[in-house]
Design a protein around this ligand. Structure first.
Ligand code: PFF
Length: 450
């Protein structure tokens, strides 16, 4: 495929929206607020933010550089940049990681669709016979059929977007969905902040408690920042290959990362004030979104509408992240196996659904299946988040820092010398020394070695 016929993002805002679509996901709306609240509030926020700036942005930029220089999928880009070396294995690992994440990310995103329907059916209304949200959740997510149907629906929605292509599918949908997501989050945060007693919730999120900060929390913050920015899975290499040569990638990486943080904080501001206002506690793990929040919506005036808004929001966040994961695989199949886009999408989606079904069923009929003392879901999460993701991120920065021609990196980052890149030495220093060590620590921590 020559460069001119290659599909790609048409505008700067298009790139921004698409990458935000990937970055803002379940990690921001469910995981981040909960982690911040548990691990020192504002103290965690400061550390998280520092990691985003010091490690996250350079790592994101590294993937962009590899993708745009390589003008190909995550495997093909490494092959192009290092033709005779086995670095393409890192690209392949990214494709595997994307695949594994798809299998469980689509399970949870599927659940949110069930909750959209529950909201529409008025289950969270205070006027209908009140159902216990805990029972509703237990009953739903341990079944076989409904969670599977929602997983299929989730994947189908993402697949349709992918079939339309990069510009007409990924970019066009993100340009609409991302502003919508932002507006929804702001509405929910404003509502939460006007509830009586919301100040306690804000305190939980923002009161700095440095006594909670230890090495575990540091590494958790770093791991979360890398996951939240979608680094390490080939997604940003693939999206990077669709960025036009005149786009300032440093600026894109910076604005995306800051926006990702803002979205995560907004999610916290939407959730915790409401949780505290209704006398509940935010230490519920996965149950927070599917049990505690529904209980709150039931008691809130106009709760049905806010429930609808909230679950549509989480579903959008999840699906746009799934789109970026699916694109990693589809781009590979199209470019390396010359499959038509529609066929490639069908193959990737079918495979992800087939394997993902086991993950979804691991909450119900396959609950007893334990591997290494863990459910299928927990194994996939562990394998992708604790092994593949940090390894992928590590190899990306090591490759660019130590094994790729620095002049080429400079050329790509400065748009062939047309942009001033004053921070280039800082960038190189980070990807050579700081990022590899920090990510290696996260990896070892994830394995339980340190
Ligand atoms: N960044 C997403 C989140 O915060 O939920 C998760 C993710 C999506 C990770 C896509 C990696 C990826 F390629």
């Amino acid at each position: 495929m020559n460069q001119n016929s290659r599909d790609g993002f048409s505008s700067r805002f298009g790139v921004f929206a698409a990458v935000i679509g990937s970055a803002v996901g379940l990690g921001n709306i469910w995981r981040f607020p909960y982690m911040a609240g548990e691990n020192g509030g504002a103290a965690f926020l400061i550390i998280y933010f520092a990691f985003v700036l010091i490690i996250g942005i350079p790592a994101m930029l590294s993937e962009f550089i590899i993708g745009r220089r390589g003008q190909s999928n995550s495997y093909g880009s490494f092959k192009k940049l290092a033709p005779k070396k086995p670095w393409y294995l890192v690209g392949l690992m990214g494709i595997l990681a994307a695949f594994v994440i798809l299998t469980f990310y689509s399970t949870i995103t599927g659940w949110t669709l069930e909750y959209v329907v529950l909201a529409v059916k008025d289950v969270f209304s205070s006027t209908t016979a009140v159902q216990d949200p805990k029972q509703v959740f237990e009953h739903f997510h341990t079944q076989a059929a409904r969670p599977l149907i929602w997983q299929l629906t989730t994947m189908f929605l993402a697949a349709v977007v992918i079939m339309f292509g990069v510009r007409k599918g990924i970019e066009s949908s993100a340009k609409v969905l991302m502003p919508l997501l932002f507006v929804f989050l702001v509405i929910l945060a404003v509502k939460a902040l006007t509830l009586p007693g919301s100040a306690e919730g804000l305190k939980f999120l923002f009161k700095p408690d440095f006594s909670k900060i230890n090495s575990d929390v540091l590494l958790a913050a770093l791991g979360q920042s890398v996951f939240s920015l979608s680094v390490g899975m080939g997604a940003l290499i693939t999206y990077g290959s669709y960025i036009k040569k005149d786009v300032n990638m440093s600026r894109t990486a910076f604005s995306v990362s800051i926006t990702d943080c803002i979205m995560a904080i907004l999610a916290g501001m939407a959730i915790f004030p409401a949780v505290y206002s209704f006398g509940m506690y935010p230490d519920q793990g996965p149950g927070l979104v599917f049990v505690v929040l529904p209980a709150i919506f039931q008691q809130m005036t106009g709760g049905v509408y806010f429930a609808l808004l909230f679950f549509v929001l989480v579903a959008i966040a999840g699906i746009t992240s799934i789109i970026s994961l699916l694109e990693v695989i589809v781009a590979y199949l199209v470019e390396e196996f010359k499959l038509k886009r529609v066929l490639a999408t069908t193959v990737a989606t079918t495979l992800a659904c087939a394997l993902g079904a086991f993950t979804t069923l691991s909450f119900g009929p396959l609950k007893h299946v334990q591997i290494f003392n863990k459910s299928i879901f927990d194994n996939s999460d562990f394998f992708a988040s604790n092994i593949l993701l940090p390894l992928g991120a590590l190899f990306v920065v090591v490759f660019l820092g130590w094994f790729y021609d620095i002049r080429q990196t400079k050329d790509e980052l400065s748009n062939q010398g047309t942009l001033k890149i004053r921070l280039f030495p800082v960038f190189m220093f980070i990807i050579r020394f700081i990022a590899p060590i920090a990510i290696l620590m996260v990896f070892l921590k994830g394995l339980g070695v340190v």
